[in-house]
Design a protein around this ligand. Structure first.
Ligand code: SF4
Length: 489
């Protein structure tokens, strides 16, 4: 049976569906504590929100074997809101959180612990992995003759707001395909994977880091010298290129201009600049002992002090719980001092208090320091905090502060624009480790830090708090290491 979870997994990575069905389970990584936490928090969140809804039939506690019968019976009775149902039709199975009676039929809904939208909510862009799951339920309802004749569904998001998912809408301005088309395509390909008529390949990407096949796939991709080892090349471009350029070594020794075709390249969706960039990265990866280099002039402002800035946030609780700053005299690593602002609780008052202190610190330091942060996450988080706590500062003040020449987004302003590295990605962890920096923690990651924060909230154990602080301090120091490394280039 093909489930909505498989469709969800498919749009993240087809290979995951394949390995989950046919892979050697002994090669899976140990369960990831953060993924388990996400799951537990998702269940708690769902229960909380469900308790606030006018549910007329609750099938959650039914034995699995009886749930489908219970769902069909409830729909035949025309119950207005069914929770925890189970539907099957042919080779399809789905467990929508909610089935809502509308007119003569039902529309499905899911309760999610994330935002109902992709990225910035104000863009109003729907999430593909939510849309395809909902479409899966709609199709089963249609086949059972319980649909309402539309392709509409909804998500109840982390704030408890209802986000309509109109699946006949186009995915976006540049993608005329509808969400329904995307689902139909995904379903057809999952069927082929289930029937083993389609082979899949792994592809190194950001989703891999939370996947239980990560170690296995990474080893296979390295052994195959797969093109997705080239930073930012990714699955789609690899699939377009691999007929002509099967691996990194081939790309490295190729002449990229041989693939140019007028103003484009022979590879759909890959421009000449991108191909040249990938070629340069492939050369770095294929050269033992290769070093990073500059691709343009980098001008970093010089001030009395330098500050490296990194925040830690918990998306499940929607709280920024730590603002970390390492400050030091310009060019003198021995003077580095860590200034953390840590929220000792999860209440808005506590989040506001540390935001206020961090904001005052930044406003003061920007007068005599160059302040480095890595990518747009800090700026986006500060805008949201300013919206939440306007007595601390306004969004305009946040925008003005981050626009100052002393505020440097090390990733977007420097690394991405003006450097190349012999690494599989350009995350701060990868680059600092490439330069020899070691985190004190054996498992350093933002995801792990969120899991420690949950442990700390429950236990108040000072050792866990210290682990979080050490991790954040190391993240800040790592930013300094990359700044120093770039200065040396
Ligand atoms: S590790 Fe990456 S490539 Fe492998 S199955 Fe998971 S998501 Fe796919």
């Amino acid at each position: 049976m093909i489930s909505a979870t498989q469709i969800y997994d498919y749009v993240q990575c087809p290979h995951r569906v394949d390995l989950d069905l046919f892979g050697n389970l002994a090669l899976r990584d140990e369960p990831n504590a953060f993924v388990e936490l996400l799951w537990e928090q998702g269940v708690t969140h769902e229960n909380t929100l469900a308790s606030l809804l006018p549910i007329t039939t609750n099938l959650k506690d039914f034995p699995l074997a009886d749930r489908e019968q219970g769902t069909l019976a409830a729909m035949q009775r025309r119950d207005p809101l069914i929770y925890g149902g189970r539907l099957t039709s042919g080779d399809l199975v789905g467990e929508p959180d909610l089935l809502e009676l509308r007119g003569n039929g039902y529309i499905p809904g899911d309760i999610k612990s994330g935002s109902g939208f992709e990225g910035d909510e104000s863009d109003g862009k729907l999430k593909e992995h939510y849309a395809v799951q909902l479409a899966h339920y709609v199709l089963i309802l249609e086949q059972l003759d319980f649909g309402d004749g539309t392709h509409e569904a909804f998500v109840i998001d982390r704030a408890g707001d209802r986000v309509p998912y109109c699946l006949d809408d186009s995915k976006g301005v540049r993608t005329p395909e509808t969400w329904w088309d995307i689902y139909q395509q995904a379903l057809a390909e999952v069927r082929e994977i289930v029937q083993q008529t389609q082979q899949t390949l792994g592809a190194l990407s950001s989703v891999c880091k939370l996947c239980h096949w990560y170690s296995h796939c990474k080893a296979v991709l390295i052994a195959n010298d797969d093109l997705t080892l080239v930073a930012e090349l990714g699955r789609t471009k690899r699939d377009v290129m691999m007929h002509d350029v099967p691996n990194v070594a081939t790309l490295a020794v190729s002449d990229p201009t041989a693939f140019f075709n007028g103003k484009k390249t022979i590879f759909s969706g890959i421009g000449q600049d991108s191909l040249s960039k990938f070629h340069a990265r492939a050369q770095l990866l294929s050269t033992p002992g290769a070093s990073a280099y500059l691709t343009g002039v980098v001008n970093l402002p010089i001030a009395t002090k330098e500050v490296y800035f990194d925040i830690e946030a918990d998306p499940m609780r929607d709280i920024v719980y730590l603002h970390g700053f390492v400050e030091r005299l310009h060019g003198d690593a021995t003077t580095a001092r860590f200034n953390p602002f840590f929220a000792d609780g999860i209440e808005p008052l506590e989040e506001e208090a540390v935001f206020r202190k961090a904001w005052e610190y930044l406003v003061l330091r920007v007068q005599d320091s160059t302040i480095y942060y890595y990518s747009k996450y800090e700026r986006t988080a500060y805008r949201k905090l300013a919206e939440k706590y306007p007595t601390v500062c306004s969004v305009d003040e946040v925008n003005a502060l981050f626009a100052l020449p002393a505020m440097i987004d090390l990733y977007f302003d420097v690394v991405k624009k003006h450097t190349e590295w012999p690494t599989y990605d350009q995350s701060i962890k990868t680059l600092a480790q490439h330069l020899g920096f070691q985190w004190r923690d054996s498992n350093p990651s933002g995801a792990a830090s969120i899991e420690w924060y949950h442990q700390w909230i429950e236990s108040n154990d000072p050792a866990i708090k210290q682990r979080i602080l050490d991790y954040n301090e190391d993240d800040c120091l790592a930013t300094g290491i990359v700044v120093d490394g770039i200065k040396q280039l």
